[in-house]
Design a protein around this ligand. Sequence first.
Ligand SMILES: NC(=O)c1ccc[n+]([C@@H]2O[C@H](COP(=O)([O-])OP(=O)(O)OC[C@H]3O[C@@H](n4cnc5c(N)ncnc54)[C@H](OP(=O)(O)O)[C@@H]3O)[C@@H](O)[C@H]2O)c1
Length: 272
Amino acid sequence: MGVLSEHFTLVNGVTIPKLGFGTWQTPNDGASAAVQSALRAGYTHIDTARGYENEAGVGAGIRASGLPRDAVFVTTKVPAQMKSYDEAKAAIARSLAELQMASVDLLLIHAPKPWPEMPDGPHPYFEENVAVWRALEEAYAAGQARSIGVSNFQIADIENVTAHCTVAPMANQIRFHIGYTQPDLVAYCQAHNILVEAYSPIGTGRLLGNATIAQVGEKYGKSVAQVCIRYALEKGTLPLPKSVHDAYIAANTDIDFELTPADMATLDALTE
Ligand SMILES: NC(=O)c1ccc[n+]([C@@H]2O[C@H](COP(=O)([O-])OP(=O)(O)OC[C@H]3O[C@@H](n4cnc5c(N)ncnc54)[C@H](OP(=O)(O)O)[C@@H]3O)[C@@H](O)[C@H]2O)c1
């Protein structure tokens, strides 16, 4: 069975396609075309966020594909700077309106702190994140989100939420790529039934010129991007590659190969 037809299962039993399609920096007026290209190529999982200002285009692309709503797994996020219950409630309603959807499949808190304070700002926003999380729990209970989680959360941020919640986070979407793998955080999540989603699996394009990754790829007849995406899968994470080019979008699904332990060790040894 190929990656495109494989799933991870979240702790609440919801299945999530193993490969997701990223849309950060895809402008709203190009998002519909990019999403339709991805759905034609066989992706069934699209990642967006209010912060990307393209939820309307993403929703339009899914409708234009002709696929039924329940054939596509859609993730969106409550903006990092919205740190009150009321703001989070309003953000969730606004995202659903932009997407023109009654529910999303995964709803995340985009980051534990507002972006200007990430990652090391002194105020941890612990109480604020508990309040925002309550809004996500209510969306989950109301059927507006089939699953809920976090993004860019470190272990202390997760433990703060789990200490105060009724529903624990089911996923953590974090930066994860060759040369930047946050092993302690990944191990913690995987030990606590929190699916790790690997964002920027190609390092936002920065890994494309890496000679070592290219050499590994040559052995398999695969590109740097394909090795990067495969690497994330081999680590048990869910990669979210982004592209706006039809050829790249399709190529990034052609990842049904296995990196040998020796090649994984070579890639593990790379640092940023
Ligand atoms: N939660 C968060 O805070 C967070 C943060 C960052 C990202 N994300 C999510 O993760 C997704 C992916 O991360 P990312 O956007 O940082 O970047 P990425 O997927 O690591 O890399 C995207 C870049 O690689 C290029 N590319 C993709 N496939 C290629 C191929 N086969 N050959 C050559 N070039 C290729 C793209 O080009 P073109 O676009 O020009 O085609 C783009 O410049 C985001 O879109 C977003 O959904 C989440």
